[in-house]
Design a protein around this ligand. Structure first.
Ligand SMILES: Cc1ncc(COP(=O)(O)O)c(C=O)c1O
Length: 434
């Protein structure tokens, strides 16, 4: 007779480990979606993914460029490098890039930059050093899907979502909504420590008016809270005919010391979106706050970017002539695909936010079809709709996970081939019509 080694109900893990293990299994969920790029001929059986924000339109361009360069893969390229703060070559390259493209009010110095293996890791570190467990971080509704997770999972900051109702969140009037959310949270005992300004906005694909940014800076000053500016889509702002779109303004281009204490502003930028390099795992934080920098340096070993990634990123950042062409072509392709996707959605009678001029996505309104799906409320119906899409081998990011204010909204990513978009929208219509 065999003796059970371990009671099957008893966790082998710490309370924290057991908690993590019992949560939603991200690996199961994501590996099905990221099972390869759908192609009608070479890869027809995987889920057609028009939900995750990667720029497939530029992958081959960046790959061809890097292949044409000598990465100098000699012996020292395989050691630990200069450490987890980012090599001086990478920080020089990024400072040069930022000084050219972000038009900072005062030049960015390489020593003010701190590397990590992606913005995701940087958010986790920022949460750790800015907030104590239970402190609040203000996030918009809707919001980039991972932000609450990035600040909460380990740092244990409390996401406090700002609802905007009928107010345009890109205009200065929206500050009132931040004020209300902050007051409500503080009444509930949550001390707000920071807000995230995701500009251009994911998932809405719009940019903030300069006046709104300034008002948000004053709001941060008034309440002594940090502003974390995530500008990862800064170079993916494209032309949209007939739309009065707001151009991108970087927080760095403003003389922000006029509006807030510079020690409270932190800028995060990475290679994943504008450079189509999500696989590189490179991001940099710019801050003038030396105390915060030192605190992050103390924990950054867990977010060390590999030397290979640093070398590839440096090669990309250093070639300005190539970059000008690459970024221009990228914006033109995004504009073309934005137009195509809107035409396909118009044909299908699906509404979307027509004002988007940045990022890779449209915010589509599938709420008219919610009542075709079962559920005790609209959010459950949205979940069922998402399941039905997956049943039809289609993935779009659901609004619930993105803290949407109303059920039935999805983020559709259009940085895909024309064949993918046509087939994806065909599958979407099939799902909606059941
Ligand atoms: C707004 C925004 N910030 C950050 C990230 C994650 O960046 P990284 O790949 O550098 O971790 C994403 C990825 O989707 C994003 O959309």
């Amino acid at each position: 007779m065999s003796v059970p080694i371990q009671d099957s109900n008893e966790s082998t893990l710490s309370r924290r480990g057991a908690d993590l293990a019992s949560g939603r299994n991200k690996r199961d969920l994501v590996s099905a979606i990221l099972g390869g790029i759908w192609d009608p001929v070479t890869n027809p059986d995987v889920i057609l993914n028009i939900g995750t924000a990667e720029n497939y339109l530029a992958l081959e361009d960046v790959a061809d460029f890097v292949k044409s360069k000598d990465l100098q893969l000699d012996g020292p390229a395989f050691d630990y490098g200069e450490g987890p703060w980012g090599s001086s070559r990478l920080r020089n390259g990024m400072a040069k890039f930022m000084n050219r493209y972000f038009k900072p009010h005062t030049p960015v110095k390489p020593d003010q930059l701190q590397g990590s293996n992606g913005c995701t890791g940087m958010f986790h570190m920022l949460g750790t050093v800015i907030g104590d467990p239970g402190d609040g971080i203000l996030l918009t509704k809707p919001c980039y899907v991972a932000l609450s997770h990035d600040f909460n999972l380990s740092a244990k900051m409390e996401p406090v979502f700002v609802p905007f109702g009928e107010t345009d969140q890109f205009c200065p009037e929206a500050i009132e909504c931040y004020e209300k959310a902050l007051q409500k949270a503080e009444k509930e005992g949550i001390k707000i420590r920071a807000l995230v300004l995701c500009n251009p906005h994911n998932p809405l694909g719009r940019c903030y008016h300069e006046d709104t940014i300034i008002e948000l800076m004053k709001f941060c000053k008034k309440h002594k809270i940090h502003m974390i500016a995530d500008e990862i889509y800064a170079m993916s702002v494209y032309e949209v005919p007939g739309v009065e779109a707001v151009p991108f303004t970087s927080v760095l281009s403003l003389d922000y010391s006029q509006y807030m204490d510079p020690n409270y502003l932190h800028h995060v930028y990475g290679m994943s979106k504008d450079f189509a390099c999500g696989g590189l795992r490179v991001a940099l934080l710019y801050t003038k706050n030396t105390e915060l920098s030192r605190a992050i340096s103390a924990i950054t070993d867990f977010s060390h970017t590999g030397q290979m990634d640093e070398r590839v990123a440096s090669v990309i950042l250093e070639d300005e002539d190539w970059l000008d062409g690459f970024l221009d072509t990228g914006r033109m392709r995004l504009a073309t695909n934005n137009r195509l996707t809107k035409a396909l959605l118009d044909d299908a009678g699906i509404k979307y936010n027509s004002g988007a001029n940045a990022g890779f996505f449209l915010w589509v309104d599938l709420s008219p079809w919610l009542d075709r799906f079962e559920g005790k409320d609209e959010w459950e119906r949205e979940d069922k709709m998402l399941k039905a899409m997956l049943g039809n081998k289609l993935f779009l990011t659901g609004g619930r996970g993105q803290s949407a204010e109303r059920a039935g909204f999805f983020r559709l990513v259009f940085s895909r081939s024309e064949a993918t978009l046509r087939e994806g929208i065909k599958r979407l219509v099939k799902t909606l019509e059941g």
